[in-house]
Design a binder for this molecule. Structure first.
Ligand code: DQA
Length: 146
């Protein structure tokens, strides 16, 4: 059976392509999602994507993942640095979770250096742009197969 992987994108990531392209790249969110679904298909994984600008909607989506998905990739965007609610929701999950950031948050402003998720996820990938999502998917599938 194909592994089902949920990808959650946080606030302002719907503006990728237009948003600070020097930091986040030229690809749109739709480019990233299309490529991720294809990358999943090539490895017999079913990728579903979701974006929200609202913290509560992200919490709801994480809760709803229980019993449906086998793994979660999440770029909580600015909520990475502020949200205990998203951290607590991730703690509900028994599936592997990988945190992704397009930019290397540790090379940026000090307020981006702390993630409320990094110590409760399987791992974090930061600084590789869109490629980071593929790396996260490969990592989750590797965990699920081992
Ligand atoms: C981001 C990094 C965050 O600090 C920022 O608020 C974002 C995007 C990234 O993908 O590099 O919105 O998560």
């Amino acid at each position: 059976m194909a592994h089902k992987i949920l990808v959650i994108h946080g606030p302002n990531l719907n503006m990728l392509g237009k948003r600070e392209p020097e930091t986040y790249g030229a690809d749109t969110l739709s480019d990233i999602n299309t490529a991720l679904v294809l990358h999943g298909k090539n490895q017999d994984a079913e990728v579903t994507t979701f974006q929200s600008n609202l913290e509560g909607e992200i919490v709801d989506k994480i809760q709803q993942a229980i019993g449906i998905y086998d793994g979660l990739i999440i770029n909580p965007a600015a909520y990475t640095h502020t949200s205990i609610a998203i951290r607590d929701a991730v703690l509900l999950l028994k599936m592997p979770v990988v945190e992704v950031h397009l930019s290397n948050i540790y090379k940026r402003e000090p307020f981006r250096h702390h993630s409320f998720l990094s110590d409760v996820v399987a791992g974090q990938i930061a600084g590789f742009g869109m490629q980071g999502y593929f790396m996260a998917l490969d990592a989750i599938l590797h965990i699920l197969k081992s």
